[in-house]
Design a protein around this ligand. Structure first.
Ligand SMILES: CC(C)(COP(=O)(O)OP(=O)(O)OC[C@H]1O[C@@H](n2cnc3c(N)ncnc32)[C@H](O)[C@@H]1OP(=O)(O)O)[C@@H](O)C(=O)NCCC(=O)NCCS
Length: 196
């Protein structure tokens, strides 16, 4: 029964409550970015092996469980990378992840990657919101000056989400990647800390 139907039927409508993990994480009204929990490992593993999404992100190679485990253990020890789960504030199950890598102390820069895991959760504004939260984390907690990323030129949705989240385009690498049988241009995007 929808919320409107419940109200019309005289029932009390229960608003979704924030999960504890979302309420202690960086968040806006709808989503949070926070620590990975043990139960997030399954979805993360499946997302990394999603061929259709990989074609929008990097050259596809299956990631087996041993490689995934080694990658995640190395990541958790790394001082130059940080991984967040993206959650709706009312739901514990993750909907995607944010990854900072190549965090450079001297240059105060890092590279950002964002994935919304399931197609059913994409195009709802969560990617844009996660990008904006990631930049706040970069400026206010990592004290970075510059965050950059690369996106395939044919990935119109990602370009729009990153623009809306605070990135601007800086250039294009022509025919720089071979993806699913075709050459793709790569667009370079970056965001600079407004406080310098
Ligand atoms: C890229 C990604 C993170 C964006 O997150 P998202 O939650 O889907 O994006 P948002 O809903 O926040 O924003 C999408 C924008 O693209 C627009 N859009 C949606 N579908 C589109 C399409 N097929 N073509 C062009 N624009 C589209 C939306 O209108 C929105 O723009 P607006 O805010 O100006 O209206 C997410 O889609 C994703 O993980 N995709 C799979 C993998 C991928 O593409 N990774 C990118 C690697 S760089």
């Amino acid at each position: 029964m929808s919320a409107a139907e419940q109200l019309n039927a005289g029932n009390t409508f229960e608003f979704a409550k924030p999960t504890p993990i979302a309420s202690v994480s960086l968040r806006d009204a709808e989503i949070s970015i926070g620590p990975i929990l043990p139960e997030d490992t399954g979805p993360m593993f499946l997302w990394m092996n999603d061929v259709a999404a990989a074609n929008l992100d990097f050259a596809y190679r299956p990631v087996d469980w041993m490689a995934f485990k080694a990658w995640s253990e190395e990541l958790s020890r790394s001082s130059t990378a940080t991984l967040f789960a993206i959650r709706k504030v009312s739901q514990l199950k993750p909907i995607g992840f944010v990854l900072f890598k190549n965090i450079q102390a001297v240059h105060r820069s890092a590279e950002l990657g964002i994935r919304i895991g399931d197609e059913s959760e994409r195009s709802k504004g969560y990617g844009r919101a996660a990008t904006a939260l990631a930049l706040l984390y970069a400026w206010n907690h990592l004290n970075l000056k510059r965050v950059h990323l690369q996106v395939f030129a044919h990935n119109a949705r990602a370009l729009r989400a990153y623009r809306a989240g605070g990135f601007i385009e800086e250039g294009r690498l022509r025919q720089a990647a071979f993806i699913d049988g075709k050459w793709a241009d790569i667009v370079l995007m970056a965001s600079l800390n407004p406080a310098g």
